[in-house]
Design a protein around this ligand. Sequence first.
Ligand SMILES: [Zn+2]
Ligand SMILES: [Zn+2]
Length: 636
Amino acid sequence: MTDEEKLLVRTLNLAKLPTRKIMDILSFLRHGPLPYTKKYVTNVRASIRKENDGYDMMQLPDYFRNKQAEDPRYYYKFKVHPQKPSKVLCIFWADGYSRKMYDLYGDSLSFDTTYKTNKYNLPFAPFVGVSGHGQNCLFACAIIQDETINTFIWLFQTFLECMGRKQPRTVITDQDTSMKEAVPEVFNLSKHRNCLFHVKKKAEEKCCRTFVTKGDLHADFTDIVHNSLTVAEFEKLWQEMVQKYDIGVVNYFKIMWKERRRWTPVYFKTDFLPLLHSTSRSEGMNAIFKDNVASTDNVISFMTEYEKISERIQDMEREQDSLTRTTKPTFWVHNELEIKASRMYNRQIFYRFQKQMKFAAQLHVDVVENGLRFEVYKSSMLAEKDFRTRRYLVLANLKQEKFACICGKFQKDGIVCAHILCVLVNLNMAVLPDKYYIQRWKPQDRKYVRDKQFNVPMELTEASRHLRYSQLSTILNEMASDGARTNQKYLYVVNESERIFAGLDEMTKADELRELQARGVAVEKEPPIQMQVPHPDGYDNLQDPDVVVSKGRPKSRYLTAREKFLTKKQSKCSHCRSQDHNIATCHNLHIDKSEFEKKKPATKKPTGPSDSSTSKQNGAKRQRRKAPATQVEGVL
Ligand SMILES: [Zn+2]
Ligand SMILES: [Zn+2]
């Protein structure tokens, strides 16, 4: 293999191309068969990977520091060995965007671990949530040493530290015994529940034979677990099921019963946990990582993969944001209720609401107590497929516009259930009261989101020019991408930026003045620069009256000493000090520079200051102001 080919393999290796494809490319470049085998290329790749081995953890702090320089809200923390502080045990990190997402949507948290994402085979542990569009989002990630109680406690405490100690309302995890201890220990204000999906899957595996031989047991079991409306109903039906199918001796059913308060949905029916019953979102996230990261990869390449996934999540959120803002949804009936919902909800959430509307249209209402109690149920034809028919009790308080349904969907998902919508129609109410549109599902006020994103503590920006620069770059970038959308927005930004430039010029001027004074140069006093806060009387934009031409008035006013000083022209050629060319075109280069310094040319008469304010002249002013400082230096 030639050196060039080795270099190419190095590049293709970085792009994570399969060896098979690398072979194709190499043979394409050689216009023929390769003198080495696929096995050889695999070995070359392995040795490239090994080169990084010893450096992997050493590179990590640099990687994190760079990230933090770009993104001041980037957070990372290592857990190191208590005796050997150079030995990394756990790595925790969260970027600014993820932390913003937790600020906005940290009401619920799904947590799960997975293996085989890195060559150390350490468990990978993402903290996953549900965004305002009902999509997966990442709050933070960690690579942890093991799955013991102590490790989880460290991890969860670090998470809370990173997130300003804000606890979620609900945490959902799988049935891990360490988590059972660690979650309530750290998230002491949150409700902890186990993933329903894991319990059901385990039941199906462990009691496979029982389910197969007992006819309707599986359907009955599923109905009881998913559809029980009250704890009393669930407990009664479960006992009946155990008797009916004679499964009192089946061990896993005993365990499920004992642990029922940790996993059965009915015990959590009013605990906010939007759009999920399981950690499937965490698992989905884990699968994305597994698909994209080879288990032989080092941590740095894992981080690169994390960045890509994090970016993809951001893109998907932005796409949904713009979809909600700029497009119209597909309406179903186009009535007041639906139109209002389309304005109050992010688009994907609106479609979930619409689904409830469609479902409500298939329901019947019995008035139990006029204006107070209602029973909602499916028509007997539709209910045929159900294992049990259920009647949903809806309570109403018309004066306070309050509704409550026994199913608890609004408390859990933050979206009103079909049963309440059905009662609403029965009561001839055209729209759903505002309080049933919760903040989390509404299109986010952009200012609110911006504040969360750009709110960097003053102490930080005060100390670092680099940080200020990168913060400004982010803000201006955002402004540019929004400002470019329409010509009107564009012109607005251009005009406003003129104003900002003028303000910056004023500040530069003030700074230079202070500098001159500090050097002891006598400067004529000018009124102090004032910040431009609009006065409440609204007279800030008063314009000068038109000038009436009268005889005997001087054409231009006299210059102050400072103005003369500031407008003095600097000689242009740094070599011969001539004013009609610069050093690049100087034809006196053969004469020594010191010759010209002896016979300084006399300074030209100052030209009058211009009072026009076009941008070109503003630019000229900016340049001119820098001039005196260098001259003064020459004098001193
Ligand atoms: Zn309901
Ligand atoms: Zn010259």
